[in-house]
Design a protein around this ligand. Structure first.
Ligand SMILES: [Zn+2]
Length: 425
């Protein structure tokens, strides 16, 4: 793991400076001093040490504005790596990302279906080892593994998954077991939150300070990024938008509430409705209702049919999109969001339906629209966002233990990013 807080300049200043460089992209020592409030001497000392550790690079000089030209600094993307693993019924996705949050290797395998937790841990550990070997990365440069699963999770170590299709995983200490099997630190996060962190780290959000990712895989959730920081809530379960009520007289959901949007309009519901429509089921070749491990693939079949002109398939997705737009609208109003990023396999498969519906709903009825609009967009990596986010959470835990919104705001205010435009090659 990286050294942290070992400088005489005070605990955490190395992390603070690394984060300032990451947020800015390219920045000078003077710029760092401005945005962090650290003295010039402290910044010089810490930067020298980070250069020695190969964590950052000097990449040239800014054009002089009179005085001595400033040397510009950037993260060294190949200095460290993190691994993300997204555990889902329908797929197991692995990624390796570099220090800048960019994927350098990725692989998707068949999902875990009904395999036992021990079998799944063995499989994941084997793949993590193989991936490190194949990507040619020195193992000591790997910081750890971010393991992403559907929620809800509890704050104690271990995975506590309540969805009915993962009952046999309850109380299984997945993060501990995977750490023992790989010899690497393992952090656990839910899929929606991880995808929000992934969007942020990989630059998919234009560094917007207040945004949510809506994640549709087998279920539906939201990851929240408030004022430049991930928002997790009291137990790490913030953003359970799937269990927002959209019909108080609706069917009983497994969570205890009635009329939850996931239960009424998530991929499960769409697939079940397709099966109950005998004409559509016949057209799509759907026979028996599939196991949970095949919900996302059957949802994709419906989306493909819709895109090819099947009006019954399209009507099902349109109905689902209307419900999900209502839930998204509530989240945007409550949190005064600037952006919503759609991600996960479900939105990747049917973005042609969901994206315009959400855009329309938000542009017509977002409460604060006279002040600002809500930008609704599809993730640039909708199918792998959660796994990338898992890896990003590892990077984040190393580099931004004390990240605050004020740092992001200061970087913007100081125009640190604009130093890039004056970079003289
Ligand atoms: Zn519910």
């Amino acid at each position: 793991m990286l050294q942290k807080g070992t400088t005489s300049a005070g605990p955490g200043s190395a992390s603070l400076i690394l984060d300032a460089i990451r947020v800015a992209g390219t920045i000078s020592r003077v710029g760092i001093s401005q945005v962090t409030g650290l003295t010039g001497a402290t910044v010089s000392n810490v930067v020298r040490r980070l250069l020695e550790q190969d964590l950052i690079l000097e990449i040239g000089r800014a054009e002089s504005t009179g005085g001595k030209p400033r040397v510009l600094l950037e993260l060294n993307p190949t200095a460290r790596y993190a691994i993300g693993v997204h555990l889902d019924h329908s797929a197991l996705t692995f990624v390796v990302v570099n220090l800048a949050g960019a994927p350098v290797f990725q692989e998707t395998q068949s999902g875990i279906a009904q395999a036992s937790p021990d079998e799944v841990v063995e499989r994941m550990a084997h793949e993590v080892d193989a991936m490190i070997l194949r990507s040619g990365i020195e193992r000591e440069r790997v910081l750890g593994v971010g393991l992403v699963s559907p929620g809800p999770l509890t704050s104690q170590s271990g995975i506590h998954l309540a969805p009915p299709f993962m009952k046999h995983w309850e109380e299984y200490p997945l993060d501990v077991r995977l750490s023992e099997a790989t010899g690497l630190p393992v952090l656990l996060e839910n899929d929606a939150t991880a995808s929000a962190v992934g969007e942020y780290w990989s630059g998919g959000t234009d560094r917007e300070a207040n945004f949510a990712t809506l994640f549709m895989g087998t279920g539906l959730g939201a990851g929240l990024f408030m004022q430049g920081s991930q928002y997790s809530g009291a137990s790490g379960n913030a953003g359970e938008v799937g269990h927002t009520c959209v019909d108080i007289n609706g069917p009983q959901c497994w969570c205890g509430m009635r009329g939850c949007v996931e239960f009424m309009a998530g991929p499960h519901a769409v697939v079940a409705k397709a099966h109950s429509d005998s004409v559509l089921a016949h057209e799509l070749g759907l026979t028996a209702l599939p196991p949970d491990s095949e919900i996302t693939s059957q949802f994709a079949v419906i989306a493909t049919a819709s895109a090819a002109g099947n009006t019954r398939a399209r009507a099902l997705l349109e109905e689902s999109a209307r419900y999900i737009a209502v839930a998204a609208h509530s989240v945007a109003n409550i949190l005064d969001l600037q952006m919503i990023v759609l991600t996960g396999q479900g939105f990747a498969a049917a973005s042609d339906i969901y994206l315009p519906r959400l855009q329309e709903t938000l542009s017509n009825s977002f409460f604060a629209r006279s002040s600002h609009s809500v930008d609704v967009r599809l993730s640039r990596a909708a199918e792998t966002a959660a796994a990338i986010g898992g890896a990003a959470i590892v990077l984040q835990s190393e580099f931004v233990p004390q990240r605050s919104a004020s740092l992001v705001a200061n970087v913007r205010k100081a125009g640190a990013v604009s130093e890039l435009s004056t970079l003289s090659k």
